[in-house]
Write a protein that binds this ligand. Structure first.
Ligand code: F6P
Length: 366
């Protein structure tokens, strides 16, 4: 009987609970035992009670919940070989031979490293007398499947990460709230949104709320010139009768010299054209709350496919990442997806914005 562990790792996102529910239930449906690995990779390193067998009823009511009820962490120990060695030991002792990880690119990079190191970790556990040959006999290979849980929608090879649309919905709702007070006072608002190095949330929120101006890292404006452009656009909209001004700033926004564009700077520019301006940094409300229908559906379909992938994998199958591309649930090479994701950051660092834009092709609307 196959034993699969499921964990959530890195920043939480709405839909992670639905992932756990889908993996637990699909696993049971296909005749496996499913374990929840609590607190992300920290749970693997600690072992014992942090790896708990989960039953069908344990995940009742989890479909719509925000956050993750099995906890998550950004685990430093797992970045070290000794942490991974301890994780391998705990998994073998618990009899677990497959891992479904739901997290962002950092968590998935860790997952793939763990899998590629697995044979040498097992050898070391035997060589140091921690486990015997017979204890590891059934555990010579580890199957790992990645699911992308992140509000940032920053992973390559998938059109949407689990949680991104919930976060977008929350941002739009907040901007709508701000709109009523902005309209009343005829004010300008600079709204800063999350996304780390990715502008997807800012761009989509800007389009969906009809913002006057949007700053994103992938399409940086010219240093020293964006101020005049921002003034021109906002004044034009005001001249047409608009009573409020909304500027969305991605937290990772930069100019073309890679200098961060801050909400304070944007506010100062708006004040120069006489606009009574306030800054609202949305913060972690963007990550909280229930999952929207799309994320519940995505988490469920991908969670089920993750279990199928575990059951179909051979030792030679590269670790898959479950994505969604043009409305199809697909399996992509996890290592390639992470590499492509990192190459966006590299292109931005090299100021090759055209390349960054083409790598983030799902972000941009022609
Ligand atoms: O990756 C998700 C995210 O919410 C980013 O958008 C943001 O930059 C970061 O995590 C915030 O991290 P923390 O929750 O540790 O403050």
């Amino acid at each position: 009987r196959k034993k699969i562990a499921v964990m959530t790792s890195g920043g939480d996102s709405p839909g992670m609970c639905a992932v756990v529910r889908a993996v637990v239930r699909a696993g049971i449906f296909y005749g496996c035992d499913v374990y929840g690995c609590y607190e992300g990779y920290s749970g693997l390193v600690q072992g014992g009670d942090m790896l708990k067998k989960m039953e069908w009823e344990d995940v009742r009511g989890w479909l719509s919940l925000g956050g993750t009820l099995i906890g998550t962490a950004r685990c430093m120990e797992f970045k070290e070989r000794w942490g991974r060695l301890q994780g391998a030991y705990n998994m073998i002792v618990a009899g677990i031979d497959a891992l479904v990880v739901c997290g962002g690119d950092g968590s998935l990079t860790g997952a793939d490293l763990f899998r590629s190191e697995w044979p040498s970790l097992v050898d070391e556990l035997v060589a140091t007398g921690k486990l015997t040959e017979s204890e590891v006999a059934e555990h010579r290979h580890l199957n790992i499947v990645g699911l992308v849980g992140s509000i940032d929608n920053d992973m390559s090879s998938t059109d949407s990460t689990i949680g991104a649309y919930s976060s977008l919905e929350r941002i739009c709702e907040m901007v709508d709230y701000i709109d009523s007070t902005a309209n009343s006072h005829s004010r300008a608002f600079v709204v800063e949104v999350m996304g780390r190095h990715c502008g997807w949330l800012a761009l989509m929120a800007g389009i969906a709320t009809g913002a006057d101006y949007i700053f994103i890292p992938e399409q940086p404006p010219k240093a020293g010139e964006w101020q005049a452009e921002l003034k021109k656009v906002c004044m034009r909209h005001r001249d047409k009768g608009r009573r409020k001004t909304t500027v969305i700033v991605a937290e990772g926004a930069l100019d073309d010299l890679l200098t961060p564009i801050t909400s304070e700077e944007v506010k100062d520019v708006l004040v120069e054209i006489g606009l009574d301006t306030r800054i609202t940094t949305l913060g972690h409300v963007q990550r909280g709350g229930t999952a929207v229908a799309f994320d519940r559906m995505l988490a469920t379909l991908q969670g089920v496919d993750a279990v199928k992938a575990v059951l179909e994998m051979t030792p030679d199958t590269p670790s898959p990442m479950i994505g969604i591309v043009e409305n199809n649930i697909v399996r992509r090479n996890l290592v390639d997806a992470v590499r492509l994701t990192k190459s966006v950051a590299t292109a931005i660092e090299a100021r090759d914005f055209e390349k960054a834009m083409s790598l983030r092709d799902t972000v941009f609307v022609e």
